[in-house]
Design a protein around this ligand. Structure first.
Ligand SMILES: Cc1cc2nc3c(=O)[nH]c(=O)nc-3n(C[C@H](O)[C@H](O)[C@H](O)COP(=O)(O)OP(=O)(O)OC[C@H]3O[C@@H](n4cnc5c(N)ncnc54)[C@H](O)[C@@H]3O)c2cc1C
Length: 421
């Protein structure tokens, strides 16, 4: 095996251990991973991606793909790391309300490109997160209750497959592949570009309003039943921390009057606010706090006392209870992302032991973008969707070439029905 073989057919930079940029290019957001690939290849075209896949297969070298490193959970030790960061072009078609984005684009790039047209994409909380990894992992953001998950707004993906071929995935072309990438992560091919829908939103009402912590339990209990009546234009979460107040985080797609009307029932239970509030904000400028999902679980109903007690443990720095539902729950013809009938998620920033008592009330389900257990991704899907994902994986990547990720293993040949595990 010689890196020269790859350099001959690959036009982007190729880095090996000892090269100046090797350490920068191999890094993921989580420094503990400390990946040691044999080569890092920065693709500058779909042809580069094809050449890299073919080279890795010819030399039997494990493959990994990375764009920003924000969602890398499995290090590319001893493998070829294909970087897509240089494929970062963003083109906006305001008439079709579509952005065509290179697989290395970050959400901040797309928000900035779409804003002059009065349009926005279904981005997440961080502008630094990559569009491809986010969208393939489902993509839950502040606009998901209103317009659906980011995966639901994927229109087209151009992919390089495990054979090194190109494949177009749309509703009409390779429909099984198109279904699978809308939530199945990077298991089915390396995207070189995507088309995503844009929405005509410029200004929203957003902010965190703080209330006395004594009202937290009653508010959370009310939230558990009021959420079903929450209008789709409103997105809310309850924030608990170590302070003597708790927060209601909210974003409303619309004006002040509508925002006030929509939030009034919840605020009236929480009592008079002691700080914060909502302000008109350009979507591009929103900066709402989030709790890092070190522990992430889904709930059909909220174990109120257990949740409020979590912050009595001083190792827990924050708890965020989010309501999903809305357009997420009613999406038709969606891919495999999410457990769409489950209304609540709870993110806890604390050690795993801190959530033991509340976790037994959870559904046991997860969401790929907030799932950290690379050994078992089945909880991110319904049993039917997971079974179907494994069958699509068998058809498009039977040798599990794309395995250095949150991996979906191929179903066994000849078995249509594989037990979800
Ligand atoms: C600060 C922060 C905020 C976040 N906020 C949200 C949020 O609001 N909502 C949400 O849903 N998620 C959120 N996430 C999770 C994030 O969406 C996932 O971690 C996602 O995988 C990141 O994608 P990436 O391309 O940036 O990361 P990378 O580490 O570059 O890639 C992660 C994985 O995505 C796949 N992938 C990347 N590029 C390609 C490609 N070109 N083709 C095929 N597969 C590819 C691969 O499997 C890769 O292993 C957040 C993460 C962080 C760190």
């Amino acid at each position: 095996m010689s890196s020269q073989d790859l350099r001959r057919v690959f036009s982007g930079p190729v880095h090996q251990p000892g090269d100046t940029d090797y350490d920068v290019q191999r890094a993921a957001l989580n420094p503990a991973l400390d990946a040691r690939p044999v080569l890092v290849a920065e693709a500058t075209s779909p042809a580069d991606v094809r050449a890299a896949v073919t080279w890795a297969r010819t030399h039997d070298v494990p493959l990994a793909v990375q764009s920003t490193g924000h969602g890398t959970h499995v290090p590319a030790h001893g493998g070829l790391l294909i970087k897509t960061s240089r494929l970062a072009t963003v083109l906006v078609d305001p008439d079709r309300r579509i952005a065509k984005v290179g697989a290395g684009a970050r959400w901040g790039d797309v928000v900035a490109a779409a804003a002059p047209f009065g349009l926005i994409p279904l981005s997440g909380t961080s502008p630094a997160v990559g569009v491809a990894g986010y969208t393939f992992g489902g993509g839950f953001g502040l606009l998901s209750r209103t317009f659906g998950l980011a995966a639901d707004s994927l229109v087209r993906a151009d992919l390089v497959t495990a054979d090194g071929d190109v494949a177009l995935a749309t509703r009409d072309r390779n429909a099984d592949l198109f279904w699978a990438v809308r939530g199945g992560g990077g298991n089915f091919g390396i995207a070189t570009s995507l088309e995503v829908r844009l929405y005509p939103v410029t200004e929203v009402y957003a902010g965190v309003t703080r209330f006395p912590v004594e009202r937290a339990a009653e508010t959370l209990a009310y939230y558990g039943e009021w959420a079903a009546r929450e209008p789709n234009e409103l997105t809310t979460a309850i924030l608990l921390d170590q302070s003597d107040t708790f927060g209601i985080k909210a974003m409303y797609v619309g004006g002040a009057v509508g925002a006030g009307r929509a939030l009034r029932p919840l605020w009236s239970v929480a009592g008079p606010p002691v700080a914060g509030g909502l302000t008109p904000t350009r979507y591009a400028d929103i900066a709402l706090p989030s709790v890092a999902p070190r522990n992430f679980d889904l709930y059909r109903s909220l174990p109120v006392d257990g949740l409020v007690d979590l912050v009595n443990d001083e190792s827990v720095t924050g708890v965020e209870i989010k309501h999903w539902g809305g357009a997420i729950a009613t999406a038709t013809d969606a891919g495999p992302a999410a457990h769409r009938d489950v209304p609540f998620s709870v993110a806890v920033n604390g050690p795993a032991e801190s959530v033991t008592s509340v976790r037994r009330h959870s559904t046991g389900g997860s969401f790929l973008n907030f799932h950290h257990d690379a050994a078992d991704v089945a909880p991110a899907y319904t049993a039917d969707n997971y079974r179907r994902l494994r069958a699509v994986k068998r058809d498009w990547d039977p040798d599990n070439v794309f395995h250095t990720n949150l991996n979906i293993r191929p179903a066994h040949h000849g078995s249509e029905l594989v037990a979800a595990q």
